[in-house]
Design a protein around this ligand. Structure first.
Ligand SMILES: Nc1nc2c(ncn2[C@@H]2O[C@H](COP(=O)(O)OP(=O)(O)OP(=O)(O)O)[C@@H](O)[C@H]2O)c(=O)[nH]1
Ligand code: SF4
Ligand SMILES: [Mg+2]
Length: 422
């Protein structure tokens, strides 16, 4: 049986104590520890179940600062292994004077959207006071989680494991796409299609939801909604609503939930009977890719209510899809902000560009991120968490602008209560 393992790599300069940390974690002499710089030549790889972390593949790498041709080869090998790792532990001996190599490792890891944790390995208690000085030379070091240990002291094993568990998002953490799904129940998927909608396939969230429902022995039914008709002021909207109701009524049993494109939440909030759960694809995706951090995105909505003159909002989209009509990021959100918060500025970040200076924003409104890998999505969320800026997403935003009760309703399936204002 293939065991799914997180890959954790230990990186740093020679003699920083990388192999000692490997042995501390594995509780055995997995790697040779010696005071000779460059003791570890090629990466030492250990497969182990570490109690608390789970099954992992641990890489103890060579120091990347050896100044020789062989040293260059060791560095290339270490960086090749870095690509394979989910978590990069950068080990720093605080008595070190220069931090160029440590900065290089962090930059490499960030470019590849890796998770990074910093471990200061203290050889002498006196060295601890060097940490603040050294941190001045590593840009944005304060945005990383850091721990100070003594690698040769086994009492630091559990604090190290706790530190990893607390800050590392395992890609194997079990997250259900629709935790409210019940076997044997029916689910209606609302899919408006327009000229932009690609032919021949569903969008990723739609395909994932349909597959998940089917896999779990429940029954999906897709309903193509004509948004123009549904929103029209004449007879057309009644005809479209009748078509929806007749499908809904054709179920022998009421569907358990309706999952809608967030663009159609204004209609579905009105049309879906109260006894049927209602949520959006966008909320489903953000819960999934953020590994269950939905509450964090609700907190972002609270920040939206509190925006004040001079604040700046970042509207972020993860891809450069073609933008037409009532586009959410370039039309709907700006219109809402212009109308409700005329003194608030907003900026956009599209595609790979994602604000260099996130701390200057009072709120980030992010798209559903359906084209992002979970690693990329999580990397963005971590960047946002580090600067402590509230974040929400398009699905929640579009629900909220229908009224707080609409937001409360789309969150209900997720067991999240949104407190209405008095
Ligand atoms: N006093 C003290 N010595 C340590 C500590 N951690 C490591 N050492 C010693 O520092 C030396 C280097 O430790 P290693 O774990 O081999 O360092 P490394 O980063 O793997 O080094 P290379 O493989 O050469 O890149 C060894 O003699 C260790 O015993 C510590 O926390 N305190
Ligand atoms: S990644 Fe974001 S902007 Fe691109 S299609 Fe998905 S939700 Fe829209
Ligand atoms: Mg070593």
């Amino acid at each position: 049986m293939i065991v799914e393992r997180d890959h954790i790599g230990i990186f740093g300069k020679m003699n920083a104590g990388k192999s000692s940390i490997m042995n501390l974690l594995t509780q055995q002499s997995s790697s040779i520890v010696d005071s000779t710089p460059g003791t570890t030549t090629d990466s030492k790889i250990i497969l182990q179940e570490v109690h608390g972390i789970g099954p992992i593949k641990l890489y103890d790498t060579a120091g990347i600062d050896e100044q020789s041709i062989l040293g260059q080869k060791k560095k290339l090998k270490a960086y090749a292994d870095l690509k394979e790792c989910d978590l990069i532990i950068v080990v720093i001996d605080p008595s070190t004077e220069r931090v160029d190599h440590e900065k290089d490792i962090i930059t490499h890891a960030k470019t590849l959207d890796k998770q990074v944790l910093i471990v200061y390995n203290i050889f002498d208690p006196e060295h601890e006071k060097n940490i603040p000085i050294l941190e001045k030379n590593i840009p944005k070091i304060s945005t990383y989680n850091r721990l100070t240990i003594k690698a040769i002291d086994s009492t630091y094993r559990m604090p190290l494991i706790d530190f990893i568990c607390e800050h590392f998002d395992s890609q194997y953490k079990n997250i259900e796409l629709l935790p409210f799904l019940q076997q044997g129940e029916q689910y209606m998927l609302i899919i408006p299609m327009d000229v932009e909608t690609p032919k021949g396939r569903y969008l990723r969230p739609q395909a994932m939801v349909e597959e998940y429902i089917t896999r779990n022995w429940a029954y999906p039914l897709s309903f193509r909604l004509d948004l123009t008709k549904a929103r029209s002021r004449d007879l057309e909207h009644i005809i479209e609503q009748d078509r929806f109701i007749s499908v809904m009524d054709s179920f022998k049993k009421r569907p358990h939930a309706v999952i809608t494109d967030s663009q159609a939440i204004d209609i579905m909030y009105q049309w879906v009977p109260e006894d049927i759960l209602l949520t959006t694809f966008s909320i489903t995706m953000i819960n999934y890719t953020s590994r269950g951090r939905l509450q964090q995105f609700v907190n972002g909505i609270n920040a939206l209510r509190k925006l004040k003159s001079g604040d700046t909002v970042l509207i972020a989209e993860a891809c450069n899809h073609s933008r037409i009509g009532e586009d959410i990021g370039t039309v709907q959100i700006p219109n809402f902000l212009d109308k409700n918060f005329p003194e608030v500025k907003y900026e956009h970040a599209f595609g790979k560009v994602f604000g260099d200076d996130l701390a200057k924003y009072q709120l980030i409104i992010h798209c559903g991120g359906c084209m992002m890998s979970p690693q990329k999505q999580l990397a963005r969320i971590r960047d946002i968490e580090h600067v402590n800026v509230p974040v929400t997403n398009y699905g929640m935003f579009l629900s909220y602008i229908q009224g707080e009760k609409a937001l409360q309703r789309v969150l209900k399936p997720w067991g999240i209560t949104y407190n209405l204002r008095d």
